[in-house]
Design a protein around this ligand. Structure first.
Ligand code: ZN
Length: 160
């Protein structure tokens, strides 16, 4: 399978800098990509994992517009164990980014979704991508429980 062709079709553009698939659906198509945290021109790029699956991108977008981010912010404000798990996930994300950056994290002050404060919850796509890529992200878990993990129609076949 030509990941580059599939991901370009999924995103409608070519990802910035070097990347590879970080997770795949059961049909074998990339669902998340991992990018190097510094672009070729030396510019820091804090988004380590990016959700590319068109089914998930749309489904997560619907959850965002239905107000799930506000619900999760409120839960984080009252649930210390959820907050602790999120902070652990954020730490793992920063460590993974440093590994991808050759041991140096170019933007250690921002974590998942480019946030300084993980509890502010700005983008559920970023949390879903982190979970699929192997970070134990509790917000990604909430999201994935609310939707089907993949499409039924193998829609990315259109790209091949
Ligand atoms: Zn989002």
């Amino acid at each position: 399978m030509d990941d580059a062709a599939v991901v370009a079709w999924q995103l409608g553009r070519t990802p910035r800098g070097p990347w590879r698939a970080a997770s795949r659906c059961s049909f074998g198509f990339p669902t998340t990509i991992v990018t190097v945290p510094v672009t070729g021109s030396g510019e820091p790029f804090p988004t380590l994992y990016y959700l590319t699956c068109p089914h998930l991108v749309a489904a997560v977008g619907r959850l965002e517009s239905d107000g799930l981010m506000e619900v999760l912010r409120a839960e984080l404000a009252s649930d210390r164990s959820l907050t602790a798990r999120l902070l652990d996930a954020d730490e793992s994300y920063r460590k993974a980014r440093a590994r991808e950056g050759g041991g140096v994290d170019p933007q250690p002050n921002v974590g998942i979704a480019g946030q300084r404060d993980p509890c502010a919850v700005k983008c559920l796509h970023a949390h879903t991508a982190a979970l699929l890529a192997g970070i134990a992200d509790p917000l990604g878990e909430v999201v994935l429980k609310k939707l089907s993990a993949e499409c039924a129609d193998r829609r990315c076949e259109e790209a091949t």
